[in-house]
Design a protein around this ligand. Structure first.
Ligand code: HEC
Ligand code: HEC
Length: 291
């Protein structure tokens, strides 16, 4: 009776090996939540999707975002089945970031910075999704936006997107070093710096010829500085200090908007990512500040 027992063992070990392979496969096919947690910081997802209150549940929504078109409220993106995005698939999530579209086909307002997020890689989107699946679900209902007529009408967004939105992942520029490509990806895709530092036209489209050249105050929004070499001539060390602590070379400290970006994003980056971001900022065309 030794023979059947041996083969039982063999069968068991084959089953075990097969199971291990299956889990390994699903681990590579699914996103990596740990990496996703880092990317969530680099992309600053929490700020807009968490209420401005001490006891606010992360990602449960409620942050008011004032724009010239009215006030937007970041929705609940926890895995709650009805209040959040618990019923979404990974494909729904990737479609939202890549195409700026809800699972039912409705268009998103670009207050959700998908014009930048569309440039993310599939792998980064999967990792973000894996992390968001693990945050505690919150039953907090998403708030309706309060927009001026006619901006609240979603079908208009089809025209906006046709004019100003180019979907698609960032394509590495063969003329740039790996570090500058990484910096470009961070600044323009993940960390969406241009969403605040690039001026917009009257319809809210980014003025691509003035990339990162700063914005003027007015109409419900504050100004942002020019962060091209035409506006800043900071050394690497000065940039590093600012992105870690918010302290500028003339011992000013960043105001609340940028302070939050520093707290949530730039101070959390790995040394290599921070260096890449700085190298890229120093390499973009110098644009003169508008008076
Ligand atoms: C600048 C603020 C801002 C940032 C940063 C931001 N979002 Fe949002 N997000 C919004 C707003 C506003 C909406 C609602 C858009 C609408 O109603 O059309 C939204 C919508 C969404 C939705 C759709 C929710 C739904 O119920 O349909 C998802 C998913 C989402 N964001 C995920 C993310 C992720 C992931 C990140 C980081 C990579 C992120 N957001 C960063 C403001 C932001
Ligand atoms: C939510 C809007 C917003 C985003 C996103 C944002 N910034 Fe800022 N940033 C500001 C504002 C507002 C200031 C001005 C702060 C002040 O005056 O204290 C600023 C200031 C700065 C400064 C200091 C410039 C100076 O002359 O003092 C630098 C550098 C900077 N930002 C870089 C970045 C980078 C890099 C990113 C992307 C990782 C980024 N910012 C994302 C709003 C933003």
């Amino acid at each position: 009776m030794t023979l059947p027992r041996l083969s039982m063992l063999r069968i068991l070990s084959i089953i075990c090996a097969a199971m291990m392979l299956a889990t390994m496969n699903s681990a590579t096919a699914q996103g990596d939540a740990k990496r996703g947690q880092y990317l969530i910081k680099a992309a600053g997802c929490m700020a807009c999707h968490t209420a401005d209150a001490k006891d606010a549940v992360p990602f449960a929504g409620g942050r008011a975002l004032k724009t010239p078109f009215g006030t937007f409220y970041g929705p609940n993106i926890t895995p709650h089945a009805t209040a959040g995005i618990g019923r979404w698939t990974e494909a729904d999530f990737m479609h939202a970031l890549r195409q700026g579209q809800r699972p039912d086909g409705a268009h998103y307002f670009p207050a959700f910075p998908y014009p930048s997020f569309t440039k993310m890689t599939d792998a980064d989107m999967r990792d973000l999704w894996a992390f968001l699946r693990m945050v505690p679900p919150s039953p907090r209902p998403s708030q309706a936006h309060e927009l001026k007529f006619p901006f609240g009408w979603r079908p208009l967004l089809a025209i906006w997107k046709w004019l100003f939105f180019t979907p698609g992942a960032y394509a590495s520029d063969a003329k740039l070093s790996a570090e500058l490509n990484r910096g470009a990806y961070l600044v323009n895709a993940l960390s969406h710096c241009g969403e605040c530092h690039t001026p917009r036209n009257f319809l809210g489209g980014l003025q691509k010829d003035r990339l990162l050249a700063g914005t003027k105050a007015g109409n419900n929004i504050k100004s942002t500085p020019n962060i091209t070499p035409g506006g800043l001539d900071w050394s690497d060390a000065e940039f590093k200090e600012f992105f870690a602590t918010g302290m500028t070379p003339d011992f000013d400290s960043a105001n609340e908007t940028m302070a939050e970006v520093i707290r949530n994003t730039t101070s959390q980056l790995t040394a290599a990512d921070l260096a890449a971001m700085i190298a890229y900022l120093k390499s973009v065309p110098a644009i003169k500040s508008e008076k």
